[in-house]
Write a protein that binds this ligand. Structure first.
Ligand code: RB5
Length: 152
């Protein structure tokens, strides 16, 4: 699996540990920055990670900001991205199994390193079940995306 990882300054304190966990679980890690505690804007990193997935260079993404919220809001604006904030292991695997979540968002100011490690592992080890009811619901999500309500 190829995983794109991005964070803002709020997520940076968790980045090195998450990178090493991803390296243990995934074949390839695409590091989309940021690379320091200097203040940056989370939408830029959501977009970098989303672009890797949309272009087919990554299968999944992990985004880290202070709360996980801003970066998930930004990522979900990208067609084809299904991002969720998960601060527990159940959501991290069930989000993939039922909802085909392809981007995990976590808040470095909300959870500690060890929980983040378990959440990342749960996310990366999970697969979409392809069960009929989940496919049906996912197709409804795609239909909403396609209708593009509120655009222009
Ligand atoms: C940055 O200070 C912070 O606002 C950002 O990391 C994130 O928490 C936004 O949701």
């Amino acid at each position: 699996m190829r995983v794109a990882l991005g964070c803002d300054h709020g997520g940076f304190p968790l980045k090195a540990r998450v990178l090493s966990v991803v390296a243990d679980c995934a074949a390839v890690t695409v590091d989309c920055g940021t690379d320091s505690n200097c203040s940056v804007d989370y939408p830029d990193y959501a977009e970098k990670v989303g672009a890797e997935i949309v272009a087919g260079r990554a299968d999944r993404g992990i985004l880290i900001c202070g709360s996980g919220v801003g970066i998930s809001v930004a990522a979900n604006k990208i067609v084809g991205i299904r991002a969720g904030v998960c601060h527990d292991t159940y959501s991290a695997h069930q989000g993939v199994e039922h909802d085909d979540m392809n981007v995990l968002c976590i808040g470095a100011r909300i959870i500690g390193e060890e929980l983040a490690v378990e959440i990342v592992r749960a996310f990366l080890n999970a697969c979409f079940t392809n069960e009929e009811r989940h496919v049906r619901r996912l197709n409804k999500v795609f239909a909403i995306e396609k209708r593009g309500l509120g655009g222009n």
